[in-house]
Design a protein around this ligand. Structure first.
Ligand code: IMP
Length: 191
């Protein structure tokens, strides 16, 4: 079985990829390879950050690796919070504060269009590849729904009545940015 590292310790993301990647690959987490480093994410694009993380693991630990980065791009805010989605309201990764700031900055805007974008960077057999997944939608004026995480309660995907926070994880994964990017990665790995 081929070993490949997913540069994350997020157990939800690990479970998800392990359930769809099939028996040919053993997906290792950062903890599994003894990496407890604060991996730099200093690029100003999602692709740059994903590549930076994958290259770090390859260079320092020698494993083939993939890494992801996600952002919420809001048209009326010129693409913000974008690559800075995790720390929009400041360092500390506080989702509630990030959502509150987003709703505040959207006050008075009638153009509510937005999209989630995930880029996965893969380094395998000496080559680099990237896979992108996007979901279009809009920003509500107030949170709705109890599930999900991050900006889920304020994002309603196009063609749906419910926010991501009101959908089951399965329904969200089937149309989400991360689900779509992951499907492309898995198709490549299986090909
Ligand atoms: P990451 O690159 O997966 O760590 O995502 C960066 C930030 O984007 C997170 O801290 C969340 O605020 C936000 N985010 C990523 N994926 C989602 C999602 O599926 N729903 C809502 N927010 C998300």
């Amino acid at each position: 079985m081929q070993e490949i590292v997913f540069a994350t310790n997020n157990s939800h993301k690990l479970d998800e990829i392990r359930s769809i990647i099939g028996a040919r690959f053993k997906v290792l987490s950062l903890a599994d390879i003894g990496c407890f480093d604060d991996i730099p994410e200093t690029a100003d694009t999602l692709e740059g950050n994903a590549l930076q993380k994958a290259r770090y693991v390859k260079e320092h630990y020698g494993y083939d690796c993939f890494a992801d980065d996600t952002g919420l791009m809001v048209d009326a805010l010129d693409g913000a919070p974008g690559v800075y989605s995790a720390r929009y309201a400041g360092p500390g990764h506080d989702s509630r504060a990030n959502r509150a700031l987003l709703l505040e900055n959207m006050l008075g805007h009638t153009d509510r269009r937005a999209r989630f974008v995930t880029v996965i960077a893969l380094i395998k057999d000496g080559a680099e590849h990237t896979f992108t997944g996007t979901v279009e939608g809009e920003i509500l004026t107030a949170p709705e729904g109890e599930g999900g995480f991050g900006y889920d309660p304020v994002f309603r995907p196009q063609g749906f009545d419910a926010t991501f926070a009101s959908m089951s994880p399965e329904d969200k994964n089937a149309i989400s940015h991360r689900g779509r990017a992951t499907a492309r990665l898995v198709a490549f790995l299986k090909s």
